[in-house]
Design a protein around this ligand. Sequence first.
Ligand code: FAD
Length: 594
Amino acid sequence: MSTIVEKIQSLPPDLPFYSFEFFPPKTDSGVQNLTARLKRMAELNPLFVNVTWGAGGSTSSKSLDIATLCHKQLGLTTCLHLTCTNMDKNIIDQALAKAKQNGIRNLLALRGDPPRGDEYQIPSESQPFHYAVDLVKYIRQQYGDYFCIGVAAYPEGYADGTNPELQDINIDLPYLIEKTAAGADFIMTQLFFDTDSFIKFEKLLRQHESGIFKTIPIIPGLLPINTFQSFIRTAKLSHAHIPVDVMTKLETVQSTDDEQVKQVGVQILTDMIDRIYQETSHRVRGFHFYTLNLERATASILEKSIILKKSQIVRRALPETTPSIEAVLSGKVEDIKLNAKSETAEASWDDFPNGRWGDPRSPAYGEIDGYGITLHVPPAKALELWGHPEKPEDISKLFVDYIQGKLPVLPWSEQDDLNPETRFIVDDLIRLNNDGFWTVASQPAVNSVRSDDPIFGWGPRNGYVFQKSLVEFFISTDKWLKLKQKLSNVDEISYYAGNAKGDFFSNMTASDMNAVTWGAFPNREVVQPTIIEEQSFKAWSEEAFAIWQEWQQLYAKNSNTGQFLQKIHDSYFLVSLVHHDYVNTTALWEFLHI
Ligand code: FAD
């Protein structure tokens, strides 16, 4: 099968194209359900698809399996992402060998996240890679021209959150030149919403005196907008500037109707594509969608964008007859209907909130932070905020401060993440945290409020929403054993509990599902976007305990704080409780306080 660059070159000049990115879902059912979604999305005719790679190789076998499925079973030109830093070289060698064995010919060569400090660095004998350029060189040295290699670029400058002043394209430029010269065949960018910045960036590269970027495909990364919250969150994680006009358009609709956010988002993306294609005089003609494994927003953009929709007509007609792009754009060639999302029950997985509290069966159920966990603040800021805890009371204080709004962020929560609904249970949460129940998630019970309610509302207009009270916390083993005893006397509370060693307790079966948020809206089935069940609890539990270790790595291993955080990681339980009596809004909190 041809490589990405060969495929681009085989297209008629100026013909636009697009590609999709997928990540390996976190749960097994998510992976299974992704297969069906990939099949449907393959029918949208992307020029190629990308499969991401979890930080440190954490998803290596899933990434390879999904890439192989795309390539072999779906016949898609497939690009596997590969990171190189702080990961054993054997993992890279195996991934390269397996990719070749399975016929995958495209790679996106990346650095990945660097380790926090020297003592957490994998020894250099087994880890010779520091930057993406090292990986590009290695692949070329080992595999010659077999692989078509892409590298990442940052139209607004590379940023890791440590120092905003270093987010500057001129700082990255020499390194982008270096990795391109080492053998890159195409450039794919970080997502952005600031079209001006991208257009300026592209021009800067094309006009560079070295001439190295003159003809290399530069493919902008675009994020379809699914919900207002996920848009803000992803922009923040990616350090993408949100232009005022984009923000204004979305803010105008975000408080009233999630459905409208999607529609406005489609228009924003369509406008970006049009501008980029026109203002770069078609030098940029490929558009990469960070789909987040979601189908509808991407399909809607393809349907709405005249440029991308029309490009289909030509591509579907290839190779027998090739109408000119001018003929297509002028409408002289017959239109086609894109195979946009068919409405099935699966759609409801992805309609509203997602991520940690989404439906674990959804193919879009993945790592909360994309490629792996993060502390949401740079190390220096984290130390300033959280200091050097050495005893449980120090941790209780941090959690209480966070709930009282005195601390902006905790390792498990993001800046300003505390939902306004928390104010209804704030006293209960403070009491729990002071008692050593360190809460990482909670919601009060709600027995029917309108879907446009400013605090609890979500979904389309004229609906009603409901929720059960839930709370999730870390506690010591002693406390867990007492709580377990108490839980054995009630039948209105469902629980999951687990620790880092893999001990697991529950009063439910593996197939039980708890819908803890649901909504009834005009002309559609009841939507239940938030489901808690065993698979998702276990997946999250792994992540939640890994965050203790991520935090621990800010300190020397043998320091008091380093050892204390390790002890908590090793000995505490994560517990999740759902109270089913959503009419009695205080029931869960009374149970916990007696
Ligand atoms: P590099 O090109 O190595 O650059 C990283 C930083 O180091 C930049 O500041 C650069 O200016 C600087 N630098 C580069 N070379 C040198 C040098 N020789 N000396 C000094 N400084 C240097 N992450 C994942 O874990 N999995 C994924 O699947 C994944 N996919 C991605 C896809 C895209 C399109 C993008 C844009 C990013 C993706 N990432 C992924 C994130 C990526 O791994 C991180 O952004 C990472 O921190 C940087 O990767 P890079 O390849 O751009 O690094």
